[in-house]
Design a protein around this ligand. Structure first.
Ligand code: ACO
Length: 428
């Protein structure tokens, strides 16, 4: 296999190195394209063919349905590790030993307070505000209370920034939910595990003792792990590109949350549930909605189907589908929405339109059903996604800064007006 690619243009030949990843993926390295060809660039809207970086964090093979964090399969991690171990693995590259994990958790506990003044900011939002907007704003507001930029040349400063956000972000998530529900804002409980503590902060009712439900905590842990990282997706690329200007970690994360919000990305889990509820309210006729999804004159898309990279199946969807069945069974919940979901999935998998376009259920198709079973309101689903993706965003930001990547600044091909004389207002 050649380690060079040749471009022929205007009778001239230009050679570019072909680089190979550790899983044999190949890329033409065009770093010198513009300079060597006197101005040629590539154009690739949506970056469908463009690698923005090399990365040692997550490997996924969309054709084979493989997803690994730092070399470990998502199936193994979802079954054998907990979310905090996976967060450590993603960020620092190796699974922690007992001592490292204990220290990591203790350091996070030490930072789990959020400045009381933040409550005033939260207070100023209407209850009806979308939780993703609130979370993004609160994450941004954290900068005001933690203003120092991270000295990336110092391992200790980097570590401190990381544990601070891993500690404070769950508090913001819990407050976002509690504000929505009109519940008093609370802090965590040092004696609990990371995920259990988040659950308690979100759901404890005033005056009531919090009772741990193993099934719920395990399901939540698994969901967070499955959302941990997904290489250079829209929100992660946003975090990296904002961070590439040397904006701080919290500012970069806040931008990532906004990117995740959209219904074509993390917002799809909310959109899936809303779609299923709409189908139920409309009499449960899945065929009608299948026809709408295929009609090019109808903007309706089957939410939770299709993925930019997974073109055979989404491995996370497989794990989550099984977990949804287990959680609903264990909690004794019979949800008609699940039946509609199963009906839609079956029809889509057998339908030529979906087969031809390789459209399969993605992680969001089933995650909403579990979140609903866990009592999480629909518009909080994407917030839960953000909670799971936090370690991924942090690890990608850290890698980008440690690699000394240049500022992200794509080019364009201008197709607007050529130079024209200015016309004064009176003469227009
Ligand atoms: N329903 C109906 N048709 C679809 C769907 C869908 N959900 N998804 C894609 N298609 C069709 C498109 O209309 C297009 O058809 P055409 O070739 O006849 O024009 C073809 O399949 C290819 O679709 P693209 O939009 O070009 O695929 P792309 O890779 O750009 O988009 C995306 C992927 C955004 C996920 C898309 O499949 C989609 O909108 N899905 C629904 C939203 C969703 O579930 N998003 C969550 C993604 S997972 C995540 O973020 C965790």
């Amino acid at each position: 296999m050649s380690d060079k690619a040749t471009l022929e243009y205007n009778g001239q030949k230009y050679e570019f190195p072909v680089i190979k990843g550790s899983e044999d993926e190949l890329a033409i390295d065009i770093k010198t394209l513009r300079a060597s060809t006197g101005g040629l660039i590539t154009i690739d809207p949506g970056y469908k063919n463009t690698g923005s970086c090399t990365s040692a964090i997550t490997f996924l093979d969309g054709e084979k349905g493989i997803l690994r964090y730092r070399g470990y399969s998502i199936e193994d991690l979802a079954e054998k590790a907990d979310f905090l171990e996976v967060a450590y693995l993603l960020i620092f590259g190796e699974l922690p030993d007992k001592e490292q994990l204990q220290k990591f958790h203790n350091d996070i506990r030490e930072e789990s307070h959020v400045d009381e003044e933040m409550k005033k900011i939260l207070d100023s939002f209407p209850k009806s505000a979308h939780p993703m907007g609130v979370l993004s704003s609160l994450t941004s507001a954290l900068i005001a209370f933690n203003p120092s930029t991270v000295d990336v040349s110092s391992e200790a400063a980097m570590y401190h920034a990381i544990v601070r956000i891993l500690a404070k972000f769950p508090v913001l998530v819990a407050w976002t939910l509690r504000k929505k529900k009109g519940l008093p804002l609370e802090y965590g409980d040092d004696t609990l595990g990371y995920v259990e503590n988040i659950h308690k902060m979100m759901f404890r009712r005033p005056g009531k003792t919090y009772e741990k439900n193993e099934i719920v905590i395990e399901a939540l842990d698994k969901l967070l792990i499955l959302h941990g990282d997904h290489e250079q997706n829209c929100s992660t690329s946003t975090v990296r590109i904002v961070g590439s200007s040397h904006a701080g970690l919290f500012a970069s994360l806040s931008a990532g949350i906004s990117a995740l919000w959209g219904p074509l990305h993390g917002g799809a889990n909310q959109a899936v549930l809303e779609m299923l509820e709409a189908i139920q309210a409309d009499g449960g006729d899945t065929k009608k909605y299948m026809a709408k999804a295929k009609d090019k004159n109808d903007p309706f898309r089957l939410m939770g189907f299709g993925h930019r990279v997974y073109k055979n199946f989404d491995p996370r969807a497989r794990i989550i589908k099984k977990a949804a069945d287990e959680v609903l069974g264990d909690l004794g919940i019979e949800d008609p929405i699940l039946e509609i979901a199963k009906g839609l999935e079956k029809e889509a998998l057998e339908d030529q339109y979906f087969v031809d376009r390789k459209l399969y259920p993605n992680v969001d198709f089933y995650s909403g059903i579990i979140y609903r079973a866990l009592g999480i309101p629909t518009d909080m689903f994407t917030v839960m996604f953000a909670l799971g993706r936090l370690p991924g965003w942090i690890s990608q930001w850290r890698e980008m800064r440690l690699n000394g990547e240049p500022i992200g600044r794509p080019r364009q091909i201008y197709i607007g007006e050529n130079h024209r004389p200015f016309v004064a207002l009176d003469a227009r």
